[in-house]
Design a protein around this ligand. Structure first.
Ligand code: NAP
Length: 323
């Protein structure tokens, strides 16, 4: 079968190649999935380039990547199951996460997958796992967002942000979305009550205060964010690229330090893939309360271009590789 393979760190267009590799075989609790679509995430770009460098020390491989497969989010059809698998049978349409999703076939644990709702396409389902779980956990768990509260979301038009706007509305909050001029209509169309065009105004200087700020863009000044929180409010530092050595760690540390004084919390946040939350998202897809926004799709051979496209950080919703 064909798969996108990475043997060294570097620019996606240089280090990613489509190669013939062996078909994966399932272990006891594993499922073989014929991939129909694979979502592309900022995470993939980081793992391909090996930046920030701290990531390599955290276990991806210091000199070269330990894993050659690329891509995390997957949607497809179960082709074979291991002897201990109880949840799925061949033919089931599923989505979830795996290692090396940019491939014709993948193997992953059965608890990494859920049934794909019949009303969404494989492309839509593949757009969901990492980005929507990040949005859900950032708002509900780290932000402790409550019904009736006011939330501001930066990076609202991107992969994580377009899910965050919809989920914040679903959680019953009043949503202010921050994005650039060309995306104002997009964020309104997915439910934002108010918009701030960051090319025209700085939300930290317009005198409004929020219960929760989900900072996906990672750009606004931290002191300004603190000023824009109500007493007891929470800033969830979900995104941002930072420098090439430490990524967002420096900004996160400054935020935590600012939290030591006063009643406003500035919180670091790392999403965790869980089957329970993927089931929550599957229900919302099924009921139509969540609808993935897809910027563009690429074929498998063009997956390096898809990862490269993410580098600029201006996607409108999600990018998906269709296999
Ligand atoms: N903490 C976690 O567990 C976790 C999980 C997933 C992702 N992340 C991080 O979250 C971040 C966003 O991921 P994503 O997949 O949503 O990326 P994305 O699809 O590329 O979206 C990035 C967004 O940032 C906005 N943006 C770019 N420049 C900006 C600026 N100067 N000021 C304000 N907004 C700006 C863009 O909007 P415009 O086009 O309108 O400028 C776009 O909506 C990344 O840093 C990623 O690493 C963290």
């Amino acid at each position: 079968m064909k798969a996108i393979v990475q043997r060294e760190y570097g620019p996606p267009l240089e280090v990613l190649q489509l190669e013939d590799v062996d078909d994966p075989q399932p272990g006891g609790h594993e499922v073989v999935v014929r991939v129909r679509a694979a979502g592309v995430n900022a995470l993939d770009w980081h793992l391909v380039t090996g930046e920030p460098t701290i990531l390599r020390l955290a276990g991806t491989g210091v000199r070269r990547p330990k894993r050659s497969g690329v891509g995390r989010d997957v949607a497809g059809v179960v082709e074979a199951v291991g002897k201990d698998v109880t949840r799925f049978e061949p033919g089931a349409e599923v989505f979830g996460w795996c290692s090396g999703a940019f491939a014709e076939v993948v193997v992953t644990r059965e608890d990494s997958l859920v049934d794909k709702p019949a009303n969404v396409s494989f492309e839509q389902a593949a757009a969901v796992p990492v980005a929507a779980i990040t949005a859900l956990q950032g708002l509900r768990d780290r932000g402790e967002l409550q019904r009736g509260q006011q939330v501001l979301i930066t990076g609202a038009s991107g992969g994580v942000g377009t899910f965050a706007v919809q989920l914040a509305k679903h959680l019953g909050s009043e949503v202010t979305a921050v994005c650039s001029t060309r995306n104002l209509d997009l964020v309104r169309s997915i439910g934002a009550d108010h918009v701030v065009d960051y090319t025209q105004e700085d939300f930290t200087r317009i005198g409004k205060r929020y219960d929760v700020i989900l900072d996906i863009a990672g750009r606004p000044p931290l002191l300004g964010c603190r000023r824009s929180l109500k007493p007891g409010g929470r800033l969830v530092m979900a995104g941002g690229e930072g420098n090439r050595w430490f990524g967002p760690l420096g900004r996160n540390a400054r935020g935590m330090a600012l939290s030591l004084v006063g009643r406003r919390r500035m919180l670091t946040f790392l999403a965790k893939e869980t089957r329970d939350d993927t089931l929550v998202l599957a229900d919302l897809l099924s009921s139509g309360d969540l609808s993935p926004v897809i910027d563009r799709t690429y074929g498998l051979a063009a997956a390096p271009e898809a990862v490269h496209y993410l580098e600029d950080g201006h996607t409108q919703g999600k990018v998906v590789v269709v296999v």
